[in-house]
Design a binder for this molecule. Structure first.
Ligand code: NAD
Length: 400
């Protein structure tokens, strides 16, 4: 894409604000009378969720509550959920929780309509037709999964995490209520919040490519005019408010700004795409089993340092949006400071990666072409290895 063209893929309704959860029953009832509810096990025991269930009942919706959500979504958990859902026979799937619960809701909806195994749909544009309607309610801020065409799974047969990316996976309705994120502990707030910042920054610094309007577009089309507006506003919100939300989880204004930033970042990367931090995180996450945002957030300052020259104007705009100044290096340094302030590990060594693993990680990340190929520089082996080496030692100076 380019600065004069644009693509967005969005739900038919996005409802955002404190108390927005009151709209869940109406949104669900629009799609039918039987709802399979995929809920994070922690959230299942909370008062707001109990109110949602009462609301569904009052709206004449029969709900089946499924709590078997495992963080980072191991593949066998998906098949188990689909088997239970098939027995219930829902009209609609409600996802309520963090990215893992929302992604599970999307994949259950996919496999209720289309035959398995799930691996048929790995990659891009492999889902033949619509899936069961999904209503998505995030409780982290976040993955943006409530608005994205993506679901990510951990497949033990693969050396890296894998994704299903298809417009059919965009939830029909996203209901984003910042109050639902208030209970998230600092580690979850930090890991999910930095992932949102990575989404915003990577979609804003993605490669620009000429669209081939006559063909099926790739899911990640690169930097474009429509996603860039959203990405930059997401940077503005998250840059100043994420450290506050981590420091004081009861600060509802900070929670609200992070939920807003995460939502916008999801809308932005749902078409603009992410790039090298995510491509590298796929093998790193599979090796270390660290939360997704820990990997992407840790990698971001190194990735941006390596791309600084290629993305100078965009990084300068990010610097301004972060409230520093319109300067690429200042932007990268501020992002590194945010990562450190919220307690994300600084180096690959800190999360248990050994130096001899770096070449294989580089090779695997290069293979995730829809992400690696979305960067502003060609993802050569040398480029990825230099980023990994810097992230291993914690020294960005070798990349400048
Ligand atoms: N679909 C997408 O577009 C997309 C984008 C990025 C990441 N992901 C995927 O999302 C997953 C990560 O999601 P996540 O970061 O939201 O974390 P998560 O859903 O894995 O949840 C992490 C932990 O936080 C807890 N939690 C969630 N909300 C809470 C709340 N309000 N209060 C207290 N505890 C709460 C959960 O119980 C869980 O223990 C990964 O599998 C990642 O690959 C998907």
């Amino acid at each position: 894409m380019s600065e004069s063209t644009g693509v967005l893929r969005l739900p038919e309704a996005v409802q955002f604000g404190r108390g927005a959860r009151a709209g869940i029953p109406v949104a669900v009832a629009r799609f039918g009378r039987r709802a399979f509810v995929v809920v994070d096990p922690f959230l299942a025991g909370t008062a707001p969720f109990a109110e949602t269930l009462s609301g569904l009942d009052a709206a004449g919706v029969t709900a089946f509550v499924y709590t078997g959500v495992v963080p980072e979504l191991p593949l066998d958990g998906i098949d188990a959920a689909v088997a239970v859902a098939r027995g219930f026979g829902p009209d609609v799937v409600l996802g309520y929780g963090g990215g893992s619960a929302l992604d599970l809701a999307k994949l259950v909806s996919l496999l209720l309509v289309h035959p398995g195994p799930l691996s048929r749909y790995y990659g891009e544009n492999a889902v033949p037709s619509p899936i069961l309607p999904v209503v998505a309610v995030p409780t982290t801020a976040g993955t943006g999964s409530e608005v994205t065409p993506v679901a990510v799974v951990s497949d033990p047969e693969r050396e890296l995490k894998v994704g299903v990316s298809d417009a059919a996976l965009v939830p029909r309705v996203a209901i984003v209520d910042p109050e639902l994120t208030v209970g998230a502990p600092p580690t979850v707030t930090a890991a999910s919040g930095i992932d949102a910042l990575v989404h915003a920054v990577e979609s804003f610094t993605a490669a620009e490519r000429a669209p081939e309007w006559g063909s099926t577009l790739p899911i990640f089309v690169g930097r474009n005019r429509l996603s860039s507006v959203l990405a930059l506003d997401a940077v503005r919100a998250l840059g100043s408010w994420l450290p506050r939300a981590v420091a004081d989880g009861s600060d509802v204004e900070a929670r609200e700004q992070c939920a807003y930033g995460s939502l916008l970042a999801g809308m932005a990367f749902g078409s603009g795409g992410t790039h090298l931090s995510h491509a590298l995180q796929y093998p790193i996450g599979a090796i270390t089993h660290t939360p997704h945002g820990v990997g992407t957030g840790m990698m971001l300052p190194y990735v941006l340092q390596a791309l600084r020259v290629a993305s100078e104007p965009q990084l300068a705009q990010i610097g301004e949006a972060l409230g520093v100044r319109a300067d690429a290096q200042a932007a990268i340094d501020r992002i590194a400071l945010i990562v450190a302030t919220i307690g994300i590990p600084r180096t690959l060594a800190d999360i248990g990666i050994t130096r001899d693993q770096l070449p294989r990680i580089a090779e695997l990340a290069r293979g995730v072409t829809r992400l690696a190929g979305n960067a502003a520089l060609p993802p050569t082996r040398e480029l990825l290895l230099s980023i990994l080496e810097a992230a291993y030692t914690g020294d960005r100076s070798s990349l400048s």
